[in-house]
Write a protein that binds this ligand. Structure first.
Ligand code: SAH
Ligand code: MG
Length: 200
């Protein structure tokens, strides 16, 4: 996989944070497969897959592919390239498939569904869970509760878009970060707005 090219993929994962994600994926895939909530067009998934290759592990990535609130028509992060004119809705699945083919990714397992729905019957222990789905408190909190339970001991919980200052960004990821610390997770590393916690 050409790491430099991932930088040009449509998405919300800056290079520095993406490289941190890759490094953590390399490390924690020694414990088990990885799972991501919030695939979008696969940008962060590509970093995760590149890292997980190190241990021949797979990356499960969940998205209903109809976008978060901020991606909808007339919202801040609307993008006409991901708008399906015929269906009148956001659909990021075609671009995900293009990227999987373009980067020849062999260790990705895309799951097209709502996060909570998938979690109900889940049974695979995970080396790392990356939360980057809906950014309302309800959505982020539901992802935390639904998925942290499947992280193996010494495995990692990674959360994106951490802003201490409400003027810089939404507070939901920061709230679940604090909740995880209260529940015994320990900070492993932080790079800009992405944090990696370890489960005790
Ligand atoms: N990680 C991506 C960005 C994710 S944007 C990147 O690197 O570019 C957030 C994504 O979460 C959106 O694609 C949206 O469709 C998805 N999402 C939001 N709420 C969700 C839910 N409840 N279940 C599944 N996917 C959800
Ligand atoms: Mg994000």
């Amino acid at each position: 996989m050409n790491l430099k090219e991932i930088g040009n993929v449509k998405g919300f994962m800056p290079k520095n944070e993406g490289m941190a994600l890759l490094k953590w994926a390399e490390h924690f895939s020694s414990i088990g497969p990885l799972l991501e909530i919030g695939t979008y067009c696969g940008k962060s998934s590509l970093y995760l897959c590149a890292g997980a290759k190190h241990n021949n592990e797979n990356v499960y990535t969940i998205d209903h592919h109809s976008g978060s609130e901020e991606h909808q028509l007339n919202e801040e992060y609307f993008d006409e390239e991901i708008y399906d004119q015929a269906l009148n809705k956001i659909n990021t699945l075609p671009l995900l498939i293009d990227n999987i083919n373009k980067f020849k990714v062999s260790n990705i397992i895309p799951i097209v569904a709502e996060s909570k729905k998938v979690s109900v019957n889940w049974s695979i222990n995970l080396g790392m869970v990356f939360i980057d789905g809906g950014h309302s408190f309800e959505s982020a909190n539901s992802d935390y509760i639904a998925w942290e339970t499947y992280i193996s001991k010494k495995g990692a919980l990674v959360i994106h878009d951490i802003f201490e200052n409400p003027e810089e960004g939404g507070q939901a990821p920061y709230e679940i970060y604090k909740k995880a610390l209260n529940n015994g997770y320990k900070l492993y590393e932080r790079v800009e707005t992405i944090i990696c916690l370890i489960k005790n």
